[in-house]
Design a protein. Structure first.
Length: 291
């Protein structure tokens, strides 16, 4: 129902105190794209309608339309809140709900809002679809572990599996070995994390104690998470991982098991294979893998 029809209903109602007063105010706010003010006015109109005794087909239809506007604009508002927080996955879900609810609507003011919503959906898609790599986050001090008299570099072991994956599934893999002499670490890692669809974190006391990881990399990882990246992690050794709320993310091993307990190479290879399968599933679900 367009604004002109509401104006006609308002004239027919003939009361400055009727719920259509708030309805007209909401329409004006919507025209000016003042979303919060529009929702407030529509909400007051929706409450007020219970006290007005005006009846008739036109009024009933307007009441139904008002409820629809409240629901649709509520989705837009929720989408905006998540968008501002950089939780793009949640934002997109609410924006898509609003877009679907507006199907068939002819009101130009509504379409002004929906146009903005669709622009944000496209922006979210651009951000999320540029994420086509795997990023390995680890502490350099974890590169050498002595197991059964043998020096083990867990990151390099896992890297070999990802390199094989890049050949078979065309999923790119990145770790800081890719940084060339003379390049600025922060800039290169920022760019790498902006392309990461999956971030694999190898966590230990050394990882938690790293100034660079704590002060810089974790912030970038959280930004990537908000923009649609997925985090997979495993514990190399016992540590206070709760400090960075890692239990909210997907662990490859049960939290009472550690990579250092896998003393045989075959055991670790099976674990790495399990992780690779998880990565492939994530890419397949996001339709970013070329079959």
């Amino acid at each position: 129902m367009n604004a002109e029809k509401y104006d006609q209903l308002f004239q027919e109602a003939g009361s400055k105190d009727c719920w259509l007063t708030f309805l007209a105010r909401g329409n004006q706010c919507l025209k000016e794209k003042r979303l919060e003010d529009a929702i407030e006015a529509y909400y007051l109109a929706y409450q007020r309608r219970n006290f007005d005794n005006k009846e008739g087909e036109n009024i009933d239809k307007a009441s139904e339309d008002l409820k629809w506007r409240l629901d649709m604009l509520g989705c837009v508002r929720s989408g905006n809140k998540f968008f501002d927080k950089r939780d793009l996955t949640q934002a997109k879900e609410y924006y898509q709900q609003a877009d679907e609810m507006s199907a068939g609507e002819s009101d130009a003011d509504i379409w002004g809002i929906i146009y903005d919503v669709r622009c944000k959906i496209r922006k979210i898609d651009e951000i999320q679809h540029r994420r086509m790599e795997v990023f390995l986050s680890y502490a350099h001090k974890d590169m050498k572990h002595k197991v059964n008299g043998e020096i083990i570099d867990y990151a390099r072991e896992l890297a070999r599996f990802f390199k094989a994956l890049s050949h078979t599934k065309k999923i790119k893999y990145w770790d800081d070995k890719e940084i060339r002499a003379g390049e600025k670490w922060n800039e290169v890692i920022h760019e790498a994390l902006s392309r990461a669809k999956v971030i694999v974190m190898m966590v230990s006391n050394e990882y938690m104690a790293s100034e660079y990881i704590w002060n810089y990399e974790l912030g970038e990882i959280r930004t990537a998470l908000d923009e649609g990246a997925t985090i997979l992690w495993l514990l190399i050794s016992h540590c206070d991982y709760e400090e960075i709320a890692m239990s909210e993310w997907q662990a490859i091993l049960p939290l009472d098991q550690y990579l250092v307990q896998y003393t045989e190479r075959l055991q670790r290879d099976k674990l790495y294979t399990k992780l690779i399968e998880q990565v492939k599933k994530i890419f397949q679900e996001s339709m970013l893998t070329e079959e």
